[in-house]
Design a binder for this molecule. Structure first.
Ligand SMILES: Cc1cc2nc3c(=O)[nH]c(=O)nc-3n(C[C@H](O)[C@H](O)[C@H](O)COP(=O)(O)O)c2cc1C
Length: 218
């Protein structure tokens, strides 16, 4: 075998990075700056992602400017207020206490866009949405690379995507896939924060994995 074989120790490191990855919000980011070399490594990891037909349909906008972040946070605040009203009772009360972004607190924000091809793309002809899935693969690479570099990353989706495009001067055929907040943290939680706060429970392995056919076990 000519290609690189990973050792059990290296395999364990990858699993550890996956297990330790967390969504990080403004309550955990520190003031420590993230230098451009580190941001570049995270962006480079995105470019290693698989993409349908090797279309590489991604575009990234790196934002450090406070005034731009302020426009994004204004967008978030409006959308988040609207989101809160979609829950009721105890959930609404809990929702209003959740910190669901880190736009201003994170030194670096990265907006990730899908750039739809005008020509047919190999593999994308039956399920057009796989173009966007390719961009999500890139985001997951960034999330894992950031964790390996001990940088926290949070995904903010409570945003009006068209307004984000206006704010960042993004051409019309692009679609916002992810808005990411990156920075060093004072702590990575052991478990997802929404689990610690009892918003959601972890699903058991048995309840989500099926063999040969979908089983409807209660
Ligand atoms: C597509 C996507 C969108 C998300 N949007 C938000 C968001 O707007 N705000 C937020 O606080 N977390 C957001 N998250 C983070 C999830 O809440 C988080 O991944 C989940 O609670 C599990 O926690 P963990 O990532 O720390 O394991 C998003 C995650 C994904 C995959």
């Amino acid at each position: 075998m000519k290609s690189k074989q990973f050792t059990p120790d290296e395999q364990a490191v990858l699993e550890d990075i996956m297990r330790s990855r967390r969504d990080v919000r403004g309550n955990r980011f520190t003031q420590q700056g993230v230098d451009s070399g580190v941001v570049d490594k995270i962006l480079q990891s995105a470019l290693y992602a698989p993409s349908v037909g090797y279309s590489q349909p991604w575009q990234f906008v790196v934002i450090r400017d406070h005034a731009i972040k302020q426009q994004v946070v204004d967008n978030f605040n409006l959308e988040n207020e609207h989101a809160r009203t979609q829950f009721s009772g105890v959930k609404e009360e809990t929702y209003s206490k959740l910190k669901l972004d880190g736009i201003l607190e994170a030194p670096v924000n990265i907006a990730v866009f899908y750039n739809q091809s005008n020509a047919p793309v190999l593999g994308q002809t039956s399920m057009p949405e796989v173009g966007e899935y390719s961009v999500v693969c890139a985001v997951q690479n960034m999330w894992l690379m950031a964790r390996a570099l001990n940088v926290g990353l949070g995904w903010v989706s409570i945003l009006n995507p068209e307004k984000i495009k206006q704010t960042l001067n993004v051409p019309n055929q692009h679609k916002l896939v992810a808005y990411l907040c990156l920075g060093y943290v004072d702590e990575f939680y052991e478990r997802p924060e929404l689990e610690l706060l009892k918003w959601e429970k972890a699903k058991s392995k048995d309840s989500v994995i099926h063999y040969e056919e979908f089983s409807q076990a209660e």
